[in-house]
Design a protein around this ligand. Structure first.
Ligand SMILES: *Cc1c(COP(=O)(O)O)cnc(C)c1O
Length: 386
């Protein structure tokens, strides 16, 4: 029997998305594919709430999406500020440095996030070209205060790149209204498609900065100059070739983006909030502590929860034996001390109850007795009933 897949990506995807993947492979010059790709690009712009942005859909993972942003916006010697909330912020810094940026970090202890005042204090020193923020850092389940961070970046005329890989289409984000220059994600998290696509929406200001570069982009595959004509052509209903697009995955993406828009973005954000609240009620009923240091910083797309006293990482395997696949820790300083549960994309009340029940049974089977059997499921039920 198949376990419920509740890791923070890849996530379970809808049957219609899978069906799109099982259709005969289309060529990239096929009229049906051209129409589908064009529609998917328009839909990506809608998902990011970025009517002015240029969408890019490129074969690769979320890490490529990060590199597609950095490689095009950074020239050697540029200064970048990394708002650091964990493992994926560190990865962004690593990519920035590889492309020649001088990186300054504004960090918080694991589970925290720098606030706008701390970031502004650094930006006010001047000289920064770019600020990066990890919308939800999947290693800590910290939801960064991205709207207020973008406000200070814009006040200081600094470009912004927001890593939405564990957030886009799950956490509220208004790219144009909030003034983000690049919002990037991958197909396999809240966007609800199997792994394999890097997705970006890029502001006119960022494209302008890229056009004025002096140094060439240090990667052919990551150069917007190769991809922009392709994206523009497909959106205009014409084919164009740089490197073969993953036609089947793009058809699946179009289906999923269509479903997301049919649900409605606000309704979808609210469903993620509601499921996350139910999980938090369950963790609290079990006497467990979250990594995020406040409710406001707790992501709605996943939970990161410390093991209680006397319980170790073997819990992950015991939860699997109870029917739900969850993940261990990822933050280098703490990874043996907590577990993670993804709750994004299709997540339903049923998934919440099955997962909470599996964690509760696994804890009890391991001898953990801080709560009576059924307490956590009841707490989740109560949260879902309000
Ligand atoms: C998963 C993730 C990435 C990396 O994506 P890959 O598809 O694994 O390359 C980057 N940033 C965040 C916030 C993520 O959650």
């Amino acid at each position: 029997m198949r376990d419920l897949l509740m890791i923070p990506g890849p996530v379970d995807v809808d049957a219609e998305v899978l069906q799109a993947l099982s259709a005969p492979v289309l060529g990239h010059l096929d009229a049906g594919f051209i129409a589908t790709f064009g529609r998917a690009l328009k839909r990506l712009r809608e998902i990011s709430l970025a009517p002015s942005a240029q969408p890019f859909v490129v074969s690769g993972s979320g890490t490529l999406a990060m590199e597609l942003a950095v490689a095009n916006l950074i020239e050697p010697g540029d200064r970048a500020l990394v708002v650091n909330t964990g493992y994926f912020s560190d990865r962004m810094a690593h990519i920035l440095e590889r492309h020649g940026a001088k990186v300054t970090h504004v960090r918080a202890p694991p589970g925290g996030a720098p606030d706008a005042a701390q970031v502004e204090a650094e930006l006010a020193r001047g000289g920064f070209k770019l600020m990066t923020v990890t919308h939800v850092d999947t290693s800590t389940a910290v939801l960064a205060p991205v709207e207020s961070l973008l406000k200070v970046a814009n006040k200081h005329g600094v470009l912004s790149v927001v890593d939405g890989v564990c957030a886009t289409a799950g956490e509220a984000f208004h790219q144009d209204a909030w003034g983000a220059d690049v919002y990037l994600t991958a197909s396999q998290k809240a966007v609800g498609v199997p792994p394999g696509l890097a997705l970006l929406t890029v502001s006119p200001r960022a494209l302008d900065t890229w056009r004025k570069r002096k140094a060439p982009v240090a990667s052919v595959y990551a150069d917007w100059a190769e991809w922009l004509p392709v994206m523009e052509a497909y959106e205009a209903g014409k084919p164009s070739y740089f490197a073969t697009p993953p036609t089947s995955l793009i058809c699946a993406l179009d289906v999923s983006l269509g479903q997301i828009l049919a649900e409605g973005l606000e309704a979808r954000f609210e469903r993620h909030r509601r499921m996350a609240r139910a999980f938090r009620a369950a963790w609290s009923a079990l006497g467990l502590r979250l990594l995020p240091t406040s409710e406001a910083l707790a992501a709605n797309t996943l939970s990161a929860v410390y093991y209680p006293e006397g319980v170790d990482a073997s819990l992950v395997g015991r939860v699997k034996a109870q029917g739900a696949a969850i993940a261990g820790g990822l933050h280098p300083e703490l990874k043996t001390r907590y577990f993670r549960v993804g709750h994004m994309n299709r997540v339903t009340t049923g998934d919440v109850l099955v997962t909470v029940g599996a964690v509760e049974r696994a804890l009890h089977s391991g001898g953990y007795r801080a709560s009576a059997s059924g307490t956590a499921v009841a707490a989740a039920q109560a949260a879902l009933s309000t």
